[in-house]
Design a protein around this ligand. Structure first.
Ligand code: GUN
Length: 283
C-alpha cells in the first residue's frame, strides 16, 4: 500500500482562492485587510519566511507592510512599534517574526500585541481562548494541520491522536484542537519513555519535533494518518521532515510531504487569520 499524499500546495491554492474572494468582498465595503510583519535582525531563515508571507498577502489582495530593523534595536523601541501598530486602523494583523535577538524578551513583545490583531495566535489570550473553546486566533501551523485533516474528510471523534512535540507554537495547540474535535489525545515529548508504544496505538500522528527520522515505518499502525510538521535538512542538504517519508508512506493511509505539505498551509492560515481579524474589526 502506498499512502495518499495530502498536497499542501494544492489545498493552499484552493483556500487562497477563497481568501482572495473574501478580501474582494471586504474591499467592496471599504476595508482592505492589512498585515504588518516585523523582522528584527538578519536571521537567514526568517528573511525567507517573511518574504513568503508578504508575497502571499500580495497574491491574495491583502495589504502588507514589512518593517525591518537592525538586530541592535532596543526592546523599548520594538514595544513602541508594536503599540503604534495596535493603534493603526489599516493594520488588522501583527506578526513579529521569531526568533528575536537575545536582548529582547520575546514573551513581552508577544504580550504587547493586541489580542484582536494576534494573527499568529501566540498571545496568552489566544492560547486561553483555544483552551476554553472561545473565539480567538489559532496558531497557523496546527490550524493548517486541522484543515488538512478536514480536506480528507477525516472524522476525529473517538480516534486516538498522538502529537509528538510540546511547543507552545505547534504541539500544545495541536493537541487542544484535536481534543476540541473529540479525539483522544496523547502528547509525547523528549522525556516520553516509549514513543513507539504510543505511536503504534495512534490513528493520527502529528510529528512536530524538528528532528529527522523521529517516526519510522515500524512505529505506526497500518492505515494511520501522518502529518509532518518538521523542517530539517538531510545529509545532502535537502529539505526533509521529522518522518521517514519513504518508509512510512508504505504503511500509512495518508501522509503529508516535506516540502509541499504543512509548510504552505502555515502561511495560508496566516492569511485566513488576518482576513478574519479584518472582518471582525469591520463588524
Ligand atoms: N518563526 C518561525 N515560524 C514562525 C511563525 O509562524 N510566526 C512567527 N512570528 N515567527 C516564526
Amino acid at each position: 500500500m502506498s499512502a495518499h499524499i495530502i498536497d499542501g500546495n494544492a489545498l493552499s491554492r484552493q483556500l487562497r482562492t477563497e481568501v482572495a474572494a473574501r478580501v474582494q468582498a471586504l474591499k467592496a465595503k471599504g476595508v482592505t485587510p492589512g498585515l504588518a510583519v516585523v523582522l528584527v535582525g538578519d536571521h537567514p531563515a526568517s528573511q525567507v519566511y517573511v518574504r513568503n508571507k508578504v508575497k502571499a498577502c500580495e497574491d491574495t489582495g491583502l495589504h502588507s507592510v514589512l518593517e525591518k530593523y537592525e538586530a541592535s534595536m532596543s526592546e523599548a523601541t520594538l514595544l513602541a512599534r508594536v503599540a503604534a501598530l495596535n493603534q493603526d486602523p489599516s493594520i488588522h494583523g501583527i506578526l513579529v517574526q521569531l526568533p528575536l535577538p537575545d536582548h529582547i524578551d520575546a514573551h513581552k513583545v508577544i504580550e504587547a500585541i493586541s489580542p484582536a490583531k494576534d494573527v499568529d495566535g501566540f498571545h496568552m489570550a489566544s492560547a486561553g481562548a483555544l483552551m476554553t473553546g472561545m473565539p480567538g486566533f489559532w496558531p497557523c501551523t496546527p490550524y493548517g494541520c486541522m484543515k488538512m485533516l478536514e480536506s480528507i474528510g477525516y472524522e476525529l471523534r473517538g480516534k486516538h491522536a498522538v502529537v509528538i512535540g510540546r511547543s507552545n507554537i505547534v504541539g500544545k495547540p495541536m493537541a487542544l484542537m484535536l481534543l476540541q474535535k473529540n479525539a483522544t489525545v496523547t502528547i509525547c515529548h523528549s522525556a516520553t519513555a516509549d514513543l513507539k508504544a504510543m505511536t503504534l496505538q495512534a490513528d493520527v500522528i502529528v510529528a512536530a519535533v524538528g528532528k529527522r527520522g523521529v517516526l519510522t515505518a515500524d512505529m505506526i499502525k497500518p492505515g494511520a494518518v501522518v502529518l509532518d510538521v518538521g523542517m530539517n535538512r538531510n545529509d545532502q542538504g535537502k529539505l526533509c521532515g521529522d518522518v521517514d517519508f519513504a518508509g512510512v508512506q508504505q504503511v500509512a493511509s495518508h501522509i503529508t510531504p516535506v516540502p509541499g505539505g504543512v509548510g504552505p498551509m502555515t502561511i495560508t492560515m496566516l492569511l485566513v487569520n488576518t482576513l478574519e481579524a479584518a472582518e471582525r474589526a469591520s463588524n
